[in-house]
Design a protein around this ligand. Sequence first.
Ligand code: SF4
Length: 65
Amino acid sequence: MKIIVDYHRCEGHGLCTEQAPTVFSLDDEAELTYRFDGAEVPDEQVAVARAAINSCPVAALRELS
Ligand code: SF4
């Protein structure tokens, strides 16, 4: 699976980083980094990545089908 991140919508709440710290991280200024930008999320991290998508309060994360 792939994830599209709307960086303009992201408000740096960090719920996704709590759900999937190997997929998403925030820097000191609450700027989001998505580790697999433009690539497939590895199979073993899909479950936590989906949990992260569902946790985002501003719907900044979307799964590409
Ligand atoms: S949960 Fe949503 S708003 Fe918060 S850091 Fe992640 S993508 Fe951004």
